[in-house]
Design a binder for this molecule. Structure first.
Ligand SMILES: [Zn+2]
Length: 219
């Protein structure tokens, strides 16, 4: 098991003021959400480790087209409202007549979005069933404008539900995941302690995080 069982109670502030809002929120299912996930350094380190492992595996496999060796060619990222993850692992084929990119799956980045996948998943799941005033407070604390948040919610109900990834993956869930209540329903279908659950959801979503897969899902 990659992660510990203990929820990190440290509500310490991380750079960027993201951790300033650390209240526990209860959603319509009565589930409590500790927003300290977003400031949980242990969790961030865990996700970094998972991504590093995914990158290592991809590197070992080599180029998907010619089996050439891969060289590091990371993408710069400046994700907002979350951990300051500035590099997305990526590689380039070393063969001169190929040079194609290979970008491994990730539990940190969803496509090219400016917010980390962690933020998108947590926030959109967390705000289900909350009063608009409460949603607004969370939004303001995390500096996410209302249009962005609307777009995220719509993305789950629309792009995500229609994606070939979800059409193939949804059969794995029994009982079925209610698509109108995504991503909360997806979140609840992983019956794990919170931090493990977050990791499980992000790992479940990782096939859609590569640039090739993301094309179909981009907003
Ligand atoms: Zn190649």
């Amino acid at each position: 098991m990659r992660s510990g069982k203990i929820l990190n109670p440290r509500g310490v502030c991380s750079p960027g003021g993201f951790a300033l809002y650390l209240k526990v929120v209860k959603n319509e299912n009565g589930e409590t959400w500790c927003q300290s996930h977003l400031a949980d350094r242990q969790l961030h380190q865990l996700l970094e480790k998972v991504d590093a492992d995914l990158a290592e595996e991809a590197c070992q496999e080599g180029c998907l087209y010619c089996e050439g060796k891969l060289h590091r060619a990371d993408y710069d990222r400046k994700p907002r409202g979350g951990p300051q993850w500035e590099r997305r692992y990526s590689f380039c084929c070393a063969q001169e007549d190929c040079r194609r990119r290979r970008t491994p799956e990730s539990v940190r980045f969803l496509g090219r979005r400016v917010y980390a996948g962690l933020v998108v998943v947590l926030i959109t799941a967390m705000i289900h069933g909350l009063k608009p005033s409460r949603v607004r407070r969370i939004r303001e604390a995390l500096q996410i404008d209302s249009r962005t948040l609307k777009r995220w919610r719509q993305w789950w109900l629309d792009n995500f539900v229609r994606s070939s990834f979800w059409k193939a993956a949804r059969a794995r869930f029994m009982p079925l995941v209610c698509e109108q209540r995504l991503p909360l329903s997806l979140w609840l279908s992983f019956a794990l302690e919170e931090r493990d659950r977050l990791l499980a959801v992000l790992e479940f979503l990782k096939p859609i995080t590569t640039p090739a897969a993301w094309k179909e899902l981009a907003m």
